[in-house]
Design a protein around this ligand. Structure first.
Ligand code: NDP
Length: 494
């Protein structure tokens, strides 16, 4: 037997290879499972049984398991007082999608060659309204990521107070480097299958990573053509064809409104503070805009290639430049460092902790993707005195990172609550479409602010009542869960 083929040899090689170790860590199959095992043992029978069922039935779906686990840890705190939840097997039903749709998306590239991608739509829960949630086009998309996003969406939508169920969809199609014509042909092919599963009263998709105004326009056009109906079947539409004011801004603005409310409740403020923002897409851009408007200074942004550090701050003029770079020219954030003086660009190195989280600042807003803050990143944030982490992205913190931040007294605004502004304004877009009206910017912005303040009140009250003050993770999970659970019990065994 060679050294390579023996188990010990394989393990040694595996651990020596730091890159592999980091990936191992990233997919959170080592340390995090130790936490899970420890905490799982302390769980009540019901929550433990549900979690073990998910591990058994979806063994390869790490992101979905992570989302379910974090949720169950919160629900575990109230499960003893809710025998009707156990009797009605609510948790098992919540972790099993109502419907999973997977389909082939064939399309022609600019050279006339056939390309094939995989399409998804997860219709997770329609307990409190039609399925609602975005579409993600990114090469990393798989069933686990789709299911984790759909699961989170159910409770996020519940927190908005609007009648929306939860869903998510997308494809492993990579829009980066594709021509507009290729993106259009892909979107048309994607919708040619998806259209039969969605509808204004059934399932209403929107955007997410890789799906912005351009993609929503192409998807809507194809839906309209196939069905001969002009309905509010998609949100995030252009203002000329049924879109809502403030929808592009909503997730970023909502994140800042909720974070501001949390800070205010803890005697802190945004004005004059330094902030870290990751990503440079839709959520990041409008987070920067609102933070700056409220007197904070944002010093970082990133994309999947690297990050920029602009110590003097990203001004509104510089942000406009970034919006053209990202939304029109579709360029890389590196170009910002070439265009403006005194800016540092750091190339991404997936084998090392993310340098963006190792910069001294007051507050941090991860707005790129899931698991972008790992254990060492959280330790760096704590070391540098960060007081609040506002999650713009979905599940940006690993389980370990979340524990480290909260254990160190960092205020954590969880994604379910913090990025709910996007879907909230999508809900308002649906209301405007149903009534054939278009509200003013001021009206939508004021509704958004009210919704985010209500979310803050609900998650704070739930945290104090069922968990502990400032545990907004428990607060959001429990407050979101209660409404969906009551509706499911009322609707019977369906
Ligand atoms: P965009 O596609 O507009 O931007 C995504 C940004 O994140 C880009 O800068 C992208 O860089 C970066 N990014 C994506 N994947 C990775 C990765 N694996 N590693 C490093 N950087 C990455 O998406 P959004 O701004 O719409 O979404 C960002 C996050 O916010 C997502 O988690 C999404 O689920 C969440 N969200 C979005 C909502 C919305 O309304 N759009 C609503 C609620 C949540 P690059 O261009 O190089 O890929």
């Amino acid at each position: 037997m060679t050294f390579r083929t023996s188990l010990a040899g394989f393990l040694a090689e595996y651990l020596i290879n730091f890159r592999m170790w980091r990936l191992f860590h990233f997919s959170f199959t080592c340390n995090v499972f130790i936490i899970m095992r420890k905490e799982k043992k302390a769980m009540h029978d019901e929550t433990q049984r549900v979690y073990e069922h998910v591990l058994r039935t979806d063994p390869d779906q790490k992101e979905f398991q992570q989302a379910v686990y974090t949720f169950l840890v919160s629900i575990d705190k109230i499960i003893e007082d809710l025998p009707e939840v156990t009797y009605n097997r609510i948790l098992e039903r919540m972790t099993e999608p109502e419907r999973v749709i997977m389909f082939r998306v064939p399309w022609l590239d600019d050279e006339g060659k056939i390309q094939i991608n995989r399409g998804f739509r997860i219709e997770m829960s329609s307990a409190i309204g039609p399925y609602k949630g975005g579409l993600r086009f990114h090469p990393s998309v798989n069933l686990s990521i789709m299911k984790f996003l759909a699961f989170e969406q159910v409770f996020k939508n519940s927190l908005t107070g609007l009648p929306m169920g939860g869903g998510k969809g997308g494809s492993d199609f990579n829009p980066k480097g594709k021509s507009d014509a290729e993106v259009m042909r892909f979107c048309q092919s994607f919708m040619t299958e998806l259209y039969r599963h969605i509808g204004a009263d059934t399932d209403v998709p929107a955007g997410d990573i890789g799906v912005g105004g351009r993609e929503i326009g192409y998807l809507f056009g194809q839906y309209k053509r196939i069905t001969n109906q002009f309905t509010g079947v998609l949100t995030g539409k252009g203002m000329d064809f049924g879109g809502s004011n403030i929808r592009p801004e909503a997730t970023g603005y909502g994140l800042v409104y909720l974070s501001d409310a949390i800070l205010g409740g803890n005697g802190m403020k945004l004005d004059g503070k330094t902030c870290l923002v990751s990503g440079s897409g839709n959520v990041a851009q409008y987070t920067v805009e609102k933070l700056t408007e409220l007197g904070a200074k944002v010093v970082t942004l990133s994309d999947s290639s690297g990050m920029i550090y602009d110590e003097s701050g990203i001004t509104p003029e510089k942000l406009r430049w970034i919006m053209t770079l990202k939304n029109v020219r579709r360029g890389r954030i590196r170009e910002y460092a070439e265009a403006f003086k005194g800016v540092e660009y750091i190339e991404r190195d997936a084998t090392k902790p993310n340098p963006i989280w190792d910069i001294k600042a007051d507050y941090a807003f991860p707005c790129a993707t899931q698991n972008e803050i790992l254990k060492e990143d959280a330790e760096n944030l704590v070391k540098n005195g960060i007081r609040l982490v506002g999650e713009g992205a979905n599940m940006p913190c690993s389980v370990e990172a979340e524990r480290i931040l909260m254990g160190s007294g960092v205020l954590l605004a969880p994604a379910k609550a913090a990025n709910a502004g996007g879907v909230a304004v999508s809900g308002l877009e649906m209301a405007q479409n149903s009534s054939r009206m278009q509200w003013t910017r001021e009206r939508v912005d004021s509704e958004l602010r009210t919704i985010m303040n209500n979310i803050y009140r609900n998650i704070s009250e739930a945290a104090e009542k069922y968990s502990e003050k400032n545990n907004y993770v428990d607060g959001a999970n429990i407050a979101g869960f209660m409404k969906v659970s009551r509706a499911m019990i009322a609707e019977g065994c369906v």
